[in-house]
Design a protein around this ligand. Sequence first.
Ligand code: PMP
Length: 371
Amino acid sequence: MSEQLERLGKLPLRDNLRGISPYGAPQIDVPVLLNVNENTHGVPVDVQEAITKAVSEAAVSLNRYPDREFTELRTALAEYLGHNLVADQIWAANGSNEVLQQILQAFGGPGRSALGFPPTYSMYPLLASGTDTSYIAGTREADYALSAESAAQQVAELAPNIVFLCSPNNPTGTGLGLDVVEAVYEAGEASQTIVIVDEAYHEFAHQGTPSALTLLPGRERLIVSRTMSKAFALAGARIGYMAAAPEVTDALRLVRLPYHLSAITQATALAALRHRTALMADVEDIKVQRDRIVSELTRMGLTPAASDSNYVFFGGLEDSHTVWQGLLDAGVLVRDVGIAGHLRVTAGTEAETTAFLVKLEELLNSTPSSN
Ligand code: PMP
């Protein structure tokens, strides 16, 4: 990397891109991949077939540009989300990363700032630097919780143009109460702060967990972003979306590239939305594996964080890097998020989860843990 950085340094790069590394978890080919919070259950066969058929139908007209407004997809996403949302309130792009980038392009930029609360999704600062938005790292409590009072106070003091609230938070997996969203929104009144609630993993939340979508009426600076990469098992298709006031979608139209959502992408998303029964059954199964991981890690004397996502963040490891390497040597790839004593693991299929738990316990018995 350093040789690469040196070569890059010779180019007339923008100052805020100097010295930074591109985002990317290691892509290592091992049997059990539990490192990037993908949907481990694969694409159900009926969804695969529906996508194949829809894409082959779309192929007939690929000489034409796609529907720039992707109206059918926005309508289907509004129907999926419920909460009386309508197509005018929905926007989509190539992954929720692109949605977030467009929000920064429209509401951030030179002389403007975005606030996040680390440890949180590591793309937020990179999206900020890519759009020349200054990134402010807020603070959490020692146990990584974020209270309404503390979050609101930081927003009031720092007056950012944009604030990222990740719920459930990546990497910790824990959801935020809606009181935090409400308090942050109110605290951002004076600075007209755009509040993004990143609900990429919302479908994995425990039953009854309310979504920030319920707060949208009357809050035109609130944006709730979602993705089809996780619950819909479509990380490879690149489809993310958001719901907000119609004027927010109009703002994003100012910065999106023309025809940014290909006809293939639109057809894929629509087919998956129409055939979501099997996908939602897999989500339930993943939640069972997630809860199994939490209880098994607790039994092993480790300290997993409460999880409303498809992954578990856990501490209590004496030497997390050695454990990470030991798991990798056994063909199980998990994520080292750079927090000492902690690792993050995606909930796998039953067999993958078993492989992870068995190997981890073996390693703990040979490597002393801090507990
Ligand atoms: N938000 C969070 C919290 C994530 O963890 C991710 C992906 N890991 C994303 C957004 C972006 O996902 P995508 O671009 O695939 O929709």
